[in-house]
Write a protein that binds this ligand. Structure first.
Ligand code: SF4
Length: 312
């Protein structure tokens, strides 16, 4: 679906907010929930180290309180949101860990809880690893999809073996390709996460990652800068011997250039990441999310560049 009509003078790319407003006619809020699943890259199935940037909360630092049921997590976040913001509907988002990695009956139970959280949940979004997408799970997701819109978020980060072996991703690109094929055949929306500024990556390598992705039937992308956080292997490495990180200017220019290679059928879910300020070691500039987004907008306007303008 070509979404170019969602770009305008201010935003030269398709934001998730504009996409959701156009398709649902209202504000849709994301509520991050934590079912307490682990990750095969941490429990020893693949490895025990985890990705070197991943926090002890398994990249779910803003997810719900795992000691509460999913229903209680949802209710407490919803209550806080309703006190502060306008009326809207919700995305129930399983963020922390690998959310298709659990015994099958637990997965079934979890997904069925998500279906019955609240009638205002319009979308269920499930973050996972491509190597934990297999036919039985896809069947389960297909059942879920008969009742709500389902998104599956795949953490890819980079397509370069040198990079992903260095940060211990624990799977090869063919796993990603298999997962995309299975999900696409099931007509399930796919959102891919990538990270800019991973150690030893050049601008060309980061551009190659998005060019590779542009050839796949994906519906969304999340891009963010590497956060070096306390209590992570990257954090320890950085404190011993700092490695080079992108400046804000470099990040803005690389990210804007990446958007040019992404077709206008792809929604840009995020161009900044969330790292708890108390855990962030570097880069400092990532704390100012609005500044980062404004700089990207300013740069794209100044250079007159648009999402998809280099797609052949
Ligand atoms: S796959 Fe996700 S949860 Fe698992 S270690 Fe990597 S970033 Fe963390």
């Amino acid at each position: 679906m070509n979404l170019h009509y969602l770009m305008n003078h201010e935003k030269h790319y398709i934001t998730l907010n504009n996409y959701l407003r156009a398709h649902y006619g209202e504000k849709i809020y994301k509520i991050s929930l934590n079912p307490g699943f682990t990750c095969p890259n941490r429990d020893g199935k693949v490895d025990t180290t985890g990705c070197l940037f991943c926090s002890s909360l398994k990249s779910g630092d803003f997810s719900g309180d795992v000691s509460l049921s999913l229903k209680a997590q949802f209710a407490s976040v919803k209550e806080r949101m309703q006190a502060k913001w306008e009326e809207g509907s919700y995305i129930a988002y399983l963020q922390a860990g690998t959310n298709t990695y659990a015994p099958f009956d637990i997965l079934e139970n979890t997904f069925s809880t998500l279906l019955n959280l609240d009638e205002k949940v319009k979308i269920i979004s499930i973050a996972t690893r491509p190597d934990e997408i297999y036919p039985e799970v896809v069947e389960l997701l297909k059942k879920l999809k008969t009742q709500k819109t389902v998104w599956v978020e795949l953490g890819l980060q980079s397509i370069h073996p040198k990079t992903y072996r260095f940060f211990h991703r624990g799977y090869e690109n063919d796993s990603f390709e298999r997962a995309v094929k299975l999900l696409h055949e099931a007509n399930i929306d796919i959102i891919v996460h990538i990270i800019n500024g991973l150690p030893y990556e050049t601008k060309d390598m980061m551009l190659e990652t998005v060019k590779y992705l542009a050839a796949f039937p994906i519906q969304g992308i999340k891009i963010h800068m590497l956060h070096v956080m306390k209590d992570t292997p990257f954090g320890e490495m950085y404190l011993k011997e700092p490695f080079s990180l992108l400046t804000l200017k470099e990040y803005v220019e690389i990210t804007a250039e990446q958007l040019r290679y992404l077709p206008t059928s792809i929604v840009i879910h995020r161009l900044t990441g969330d790292a708890p300020i108390s855990l962030l070691i570097a880069p400092e500039w990532t704390k100012r999310k609005f500044v980062v987004l404004n700089e990207i907008d300013k740069y794209m306007r100044k250079e007159n560049i648009w999402q998809g303008d280099l797609v052949k």
